[in-house]
Design a protein around this ligand. Structure first.
Ligand SMILES: Cc1cc2nc3c(=O)[nH]c(=O)nc-3n(C[C@H](O)[C@H](O)[C@H](O)COP(=O)(O)O)c2cc1C
Length: 341
């Protein structure tokens, strides 16, 4: 193997890492056979909807964990060290910025990887209807155990009333957030309305992956006032809620989520939660608006106040979980596009 080829093999898995709005802010510079510099593109962050960069950093945490899993068949892991000025992602910087040095290091016996790296390629977000089956209790127990091993608490409900309440809260919050120009413009800039645009840019939220007609999404983003007309709003919200029919399980996660290290750790956990789901044929669909919108967040916390006593940290993630048809694959940039000289 040449000095580049092992890294290229590993990074080929990493490029399938999920990121908020599929922004793929990462870039890689291969230094030598064991070292890569991980960089970020400040133009591919979300300064208006994720001002601290915490969710973008969760994406980097996921990437780091997936790279390490991808290296495991070679008896290796990927270790990240933050040796540069920035440990926080800064959207005000100009040009690509170094974030961390990644090194390939030998794994010892106790660090044997349990995941098959094929799961990285099979993992997807599913915004399709689910098939009316709640997620099986042993799978939920496994997911809770993964979260607990990272110091997080994963709670869930398969009570139809809770599920319907959360699906509706998410829909109302998403519509409210999109009526605000700041959020709408930032999210709108990442929406890819046609299949051709999604393929050409190879990033962003493709309407087909969102399971929403591109033309309706275009109207929603570019002529949002239309959706404040009574009747039009109710109709579109009903279409959106119907797109999630068959959902029988929702889950939410709380844990340390204040500083850079927390966000990376959270991302690493999320990678392992997601692959656990993939290995059991379970899909997830995050409901980010409920977490980031202050009013919806409080409603959510108050609604589940019974279990709030066990909760030592704030919620940072809410998802619906279930089984669906194979969701469409969201495009990714090619490795050549992600590699920097
Ligand atoms: C930290 C994080 C937060 C996300 N939040 C949302 C969300 O609020 N709503 C949503 O529909 N998808 C959300 N996603 C899913 C991404 O949009 C998705 O991973 C990306 O578009 C790539 O698609 P894939 O997961 O099918 O590969 C989130 C992903 C990550 C990593």
């Amino acid at each position: 193997m040449t000095s580049d080829s092992l890294w290229k093999e590993i990074l080929e898995y990493g490029r399938w890492a999920p990121s908020p709005h599929n922004i793929q802010s990462w870039r890689f510079r291969i230094e030598d056979a064991t070292t890569v510099t991980l960089l970020y593109d400040p133009e591919r962050l979300l300064p208006d909807t994720d001002p601290s960069g915490r969710f973008c950093m969760v994406g980097f945490g996921i990437l780091l964990e997936l790279l390490s899993i991808a290296a495991s068949p070679h008896g290796l892991k990927v270790v990240a060290s933050y040796e540069f000025e920035d440990t926080y992602l800064d959207p005000k910087k100009v040009g690509l910025q170094p974030l961390a040095r990644l090194r390939l290091v030998q794994r010892d016996e106790a660090e044997k990887e349990s995941f098959d790296r094929q799961l990285i390629l099979d993992r997807r977000t599913s915004r399709l209807p689910y098939d009316d089956r709640p997620v099986a209790a042993p799978v939920l127990a496994k997911l809770s155990a993964v979260a607990a091993s990272y110091g997080h608490l994963l709670e869930f409900s398969s009570d139809p009333k809770d599920v319907a309440w959360i699906v509706r809260l998410n829909a109302e919050t998403m519509f409210f957030d999109m009526s605000e120009p700041l959020s709408r413009n930032e999210v709108g800039s990442w929406i890819r309305y046609s299949r051709a645009e999604a393929r050409r840019k190879a990033d962003g939220l493709a309407a087909y992956a969102m399971n929403f007609p591109g033309w309706l999404m275009g109207l929603f983003v570019k002529h949002n006032w239309l959706f404040r007309i009574p009747g039009v709003y109710q109709f579109t919200r009903a279409v959106y809620i119907a797109s999630m029919r068959g959902t029988r399980t929702v889950a939410w996660i709380s844990g340390p989520f204040a500083v850079h290290e927390d966000w990376e750790n959270t991302g690493r956990m999320m990678a392992r939660l997601w692959l656990t789901m993939t290995s059991h044929g379970v899909y997830l669909h995050p409901f980010g608006s409920v977490i980031t919108n202050g009013k919806a967040h409080k409603l959510m916390v108050d609604h589940f106040s019974d279990s709030a006593q066990k909760r030592q940290h704030d919620l940072w993630m809410l998802v619906r979980l279930g089984h669906s048809d194979l969701p469409p694959k969201a495009w990714r940039m090619t490795l050549d596009q992600l590699l920097v000289d």
